[in-house]
Design a protein around this ligand. Sequence first.
Ligand code: ZN
Ligand code: ZN
Ligand code: FE
Length: 743
Amino acid sequence: MARRVHVRVEGVVQGVGFRPFVHRLAEELGLGGTVRNDARGVEIEAEGTDAAVRALLARLAPDAPPLARVESVAAVDVPAVGAAGFTIEASRGGAAAALVSADVATCADCLRELLDPADRRFRYPFVNCTNCGPRFTIVRGVPYDRPLTTMAGFAMCDACRAEYDDPRDRRFHAQPNACPDCGPRATLSVDAPGRDAVEAAAGLLRAGAIVAVKGVGGYHLACRAADAEAVGRLRARKHREDKPFALMAAGVTAARALVALGPAEEAELVSPARPIVLAPRLAQARVAPAAAPGARELGVMLPYSPLHHLLLADTGEPLVLTSGNVSDEPIAYRDDDAAARLGPIADAILHHDRPIHTRTDDSVVRIVGGRRTILRRSRGAVPGALALPLDCPAPVLACGAELKSTFCLAKGRRAWVGHHIGDLRNAETLGAFREGVAHFERLFDIVPAVVAHDLHPDYLSTAYALEREGVALAGVQHHHAHLAACLAEHGVTERAVGAIYDGTGLGTDGTAWGGEILVGDLRGFERVAHLSPVRLPGGDRAAQQPWRMACAWLVAAGAGGDGVPEALRAAVPEDRWDAVARLAERGFAAPVTTSAGRLFDAVAALCGLRTEVTYEGQAAIELEAVADPDAGGAYELGAGLDARPLVLAVRDDVRARVPAGTIAMRFHRALAAATAGACAAAAAAAGLDVVVLSGGVFQNRLLLADTAGRLEALGLRVLVPAALPANDGGIAYGQAAVAAARG
Ligand code: ZN
Ligand code: ZN
Ligand code: FE
């Protein structure tokens, strides 16, 4: 008696070798029928003995290929029709909710071919297969098939076509399949000796050149990491004064010579997503100091495309591989733009002719106290779907905040958070934001009915939300979105306490919040405590000039001009200091803030570490970097997170010539203790036992580990963002969760 079933498989099942896997399985089990891709995933018709059908259904999910993620297998019995043989059928088109996968680092099989002189793809910088290669960055539409990728312009040669058509081949329907005869080519913009463009580029790098390198999601700028002269030149030409450069090492062994790696860090380094991993810098690391000035950590990644593998092997030593841009602009990913913008910075450009459809930065992760945290979620992770703990009654678009902008589309219980766009402050990033939203709407077949946005009227993301027509708007308070993002990621729909510390976000009272203790759930929140308020003298300029925050905090503590540490006083012209002190006293041009980020600025300035910053969060990062873990003592905050006594104590220690490392450590301890105390009190008052720690300030290792440790010692459950950044890159997903919960 033959049994026939119709099976739907949903999840990440296209472009990952799922159909050939089904084909092999069906042949092994002696089943007849068909398998095909359609708009929702994979559709199977299978006929054979009951035992064989059962075996097929049982093995579809557990035995699926490495890159597949099976979310559901739904089978219904249909009348047997008699089927001889099992075939793979063409895709069915149409709009799609099938999940496009993220870009995947070169697999071991492809790497072997790349390095095998006898292989036809020896040293071919674009070798890939069904188990690896570019995906999201080359997809133009769905279903995921070659004509809808940026490989459409490359006609496969007979050899590649045979692999592509053979269900038993590792390259069956590998959309970016290519070889030196038919596929993309790398070219170098200048003449240099070498077997090929990559070897020639490596020769230039070895000789001290800066080379722009087109990768998977965009261009990088490269030079030898140990070459102080080249690194200095790169920094000067890029106008990137202090922000650390990322490094690429050939493999784990080479990475171990640069940074201290634990097992969790090594697992991240070699994962198919290949993010930049932040880890403590080793004293003996051969890296020019200018690569990461003032930082205790280095960001290291391993090669993730064949081109990178060849470049690192040919150069023979670690490279700086920093984003291909000037200052804080978006990275270049189009060839003409790269030539125009990177030409003046680089001595040569290593191009290739496989277009990048979506610009995608490297992702950045860091392990803190055994917890995985992510600082930027982009290449290798996007567009992977995140779960929502509840159903969206209607499709949602959430527009995020302003800094480290991302957007989020959500439907049912799935949320797709877009790639890192950057700071949404100019026409170029806004253009990338608009294009990204439109692309995701097509990829995942979503027509938003609800558009969620920040309450800040001046954010370009808010303006974009307000101009969408025919939708319901949902304004979500910034820190509530941070809290909701962390709760939703961990599947929590109940109320919890949240300590949300960041730069600033607009509060419901019109002031700039940023040191908030909230009690709430996905639907709503109460503000139960906050850092003591202080003025932001000069508004936005206060965020770029930490000395203004030192001045404002001294004024708030009733000591405006008194006992200002000499070094700080000397760094600021007297009339400027007095003018800012007056702003802080009178409140003119000085909005009120409870920002934790700005408190770090004030303390860093008081310590003489930094009076001006060149990137957001710099003062806090440097304050953490100098903190001496062996130093004893702690300051104290007053009742109700009153930081004024702490600021006066810092000032007194500075004047008593206590080392900055000791002051920084005492400050971190004080803030962690006060935060844990405030959270514990809020939890007790509300009868709750879950505490969320989020907001960009909690990217600080010391503060996070210390606060979490104190809360856990009190028996509370601590939740920290893991799949999304604690910074504003997580806001969009939080907004979507709030919009879904409000219904
Ligand atoms: Zn491969
Ligand atoms: Zn070929
Ligand atoms: Fe924020």
